[in-house]
Design a protein around this ligand. Structure first.
Ligand code: MF3
Ligand code: CO
Ligand code: CO
Length: 258
């Protein structure tokens, strides 16, 4: 499948929707506290996005029932907000996608409920974020898409012994939520599509404490680790530029290496 090259005006619209998606993560962070329900986080994000003149892309996407994804502890991704109450020490991924002026922006990050995670959870989150940025460092014109996942797998899988999920991938994004190319997080060096300026896609590694294998719960959405050990994820939307990359979903306070 051909990978779309964004025009200058497409890129401006991608910047705007991605900036909005990132600002939702910034907005919601102080509400991630013991006692809050994921339904309440969903409501707050939904209102924020609608007030900004945008649409919360997950809502009704292939039947997804809510406006954001909330994935707690052993949930890998696509957790559905509901009556579950956050508890001190839980780790939660909040995944925000916005549709603004017809363009999608997609990002997620981890939050620690009450601010203090176990050493094991802290390390998992740290390795996950660093692996995302090692993948980002592989982005540039003429480079191969397989190198992104290879960098992620070498670090999180080989070096740290974590399970790197391969059932879900990063994806091209633009006027559609999910489009070509697929961005594997366990790629092979020197393989895959050559990147070109104007391509936009996500990188969103899901890293597990134990096995990389997953189960889908009875709701048809929630992906959990088969061994029910912890999982973490971080996601950015990236633009390939003439000289390298631009991370479109950066926000203030966002993890960045170095
Ligand atoms: N935001 C997720 C991603 O990173 C997709 C969520 S699809 C939904 O690709 F239907 F679960 F919302
Ligand atoms: Co995504
Ligand atoms: Co996402």
């Amino acid at each position: 499948m051909a990978v779309e090259i964004k025009s200058k005006s497409d890129i401006e619209k991608m910047r705007a929707t991605c900036r909005l998606a990132a600002s939702v993560l910034e907005y919601i962070e102080p509400f991630v506290q013991p006692g809050v329900t994921t339904e309440e986080l969903n409501r707050l994000c939904h209102e924020f996005i609608v007030k900004a003149g945008a649409y919360p892309s997950p809502l009704n996407y292939h039947g997804f029932p809510k406006s954001i994804c909330t994935s707690i502890n052993e949930v890998i991704c696509h957790g559905i907000p509901g009556s579950q109450t956050l508890r001190e020490g839980d780790i939660i991924n909040i995944d925000i996608t916005t549709t603004l002026d017809g363009y999608f922006g997609d990002c997620s990050d981890m939050f620690v409920v009450g601010g203090e995670a176990s050493p094991a959870a802290s390390k998992l989150i740290d390795v996950t974020r660093r692996s995302l940025w090692l993948g980002i460092a592989e982005v540039g014109p003429g480079k191969r898409i397989g190198d992104i996942g290879a960098a992620i797998y070498d670090f999180a899988g080989r070096k740290h012994g974590y399970g790197v999920v391969d059932a879900f991938c990063g994806h091209g994004i633009g006027r559609e939520f999910h489009m070509a190319p697929q961005v594997s997080h366990r790629g092979r060096r020197g393989t895959g599509l050559r990147m070109k300026p104007g391509m936009t896609f996500t990188i969103e590694p899901m890293i597990n404490e134990g096995t990389h294998e997953c189960d889908i719960l009875g709701d048809g959405w929630t992906a959990v680790t088969r061994d029910r050990r912890l999982s973490a994820q971080a996601e950015h939307t990236i633009l390939v530029t003439e000289h390298g990359y631009e991370v479109l979903t950066l926000r203030s306070g966002c993890y960045q290496p170095g």
